[in-house]
Design a protein. Structure first.
Length: 237
């Protein structure tokens, strides 16, 4: 998924080890817990269905998905996560958006600010960088000939896969249509896609990637979006 992972979504970065996969599954499990509060049946809860599709695209086992839904309906029903989005700048004027799910706002904002500061960045106010991004539904799969029929806005060929972009409001319908056609996804989510990308110097890129890695390692961070062109070896991770 070399091209699309320029903005480094948390769910597919560092998926090479069991420990990293476990962390990704834990993060998606939190999203399932939040979505399942609207109903534990994906067939009647479109938000839950979207998160389940995201989980399957990340190769999360079906039993893990079922367990997360059951937990949300049971003992997890009293756990309240808040969605918080932070905007800021990394080195070289790079723009970064960090989406979190947390049960402790003070802890999360302190951790995120510390990571930005440590690697030469700074947190900004709401709207400071989001104007450089557009919210889109993003579906990555191997066969996309029927995507436009499904109502997709655009289909981009990238190496051995296709990336389908939709309006956020059309994402669930397009995803469901493609699923019913037997399409298997390697990615399915609503993301912040940058309008343009910037290039950093080599040392700046190294510092930037250390910041992204530190953010991804934080348990409260769900997704990270940025506008940096990354070297091919980084994109393929």
């Amino acid at each position: 998924m070399s091209g699309h992972s320029k903005w480094a979504n948390i769910k597919n970065k560092k998926a090479k080890t069991d420990a990293a996969r476990g962390k990704i599954f834990t993060k998606i499990g939190k999203e399932i817990a939040v979505a399942a509060k609207g109903g534990a049946d994906p067939s009647t809860n479109s938000k839950l269905a979207d998160v389940v599709a995201k989980a399957k695209a990340a190769n999360m086992p079906n039993e893990n998905i079922a367990r997360a839904i059951k937990k949300a309906a049971g003992e997890g029903a009293n756990v309240n996560y808040e969605t918080l989005v932070y905007e800021g700048y990394g080195v070289g004027g790079s723009a970064v958006i960090v989406k979190t799910l947390t049960d402790n706002k003070n802890r999360t904002v302190g951790d995120v600010r510390h990571i930005f500061d440590k690697y030469g960045g700074s947190l900004g106010s709401t709207g400071s960088v989001s104007y450089m991004f557009e919210q889109k539904g993003v579906i990555v799969a191997e066969m996309m000939e029927i995507a436009l029929e499904a109502g997709a806005d655009d289909v981009v060929t990238e190496d051995d896969c296709y990336t389908v972009y939709t309006a956020p409001g059309d994402f669930s319908a397009v995803r469901t249509f493609l699923e019913n056609k037997g399409i298997t996804f390697t990615e399915a989510d609503i993301e912040m896609v940058p309008n343009d990308y910037i290039d950093l110097e080599e040392k700046q890129t190294e510092t930037f990637m250390k910041m992204i890695d530190a953010l991804e390692d934080n348990d409260d961070v769900q997704s990270i979006y940025h506008n940096v062109n990354l070297p091919e070896e980084e994109e393929e991770e």
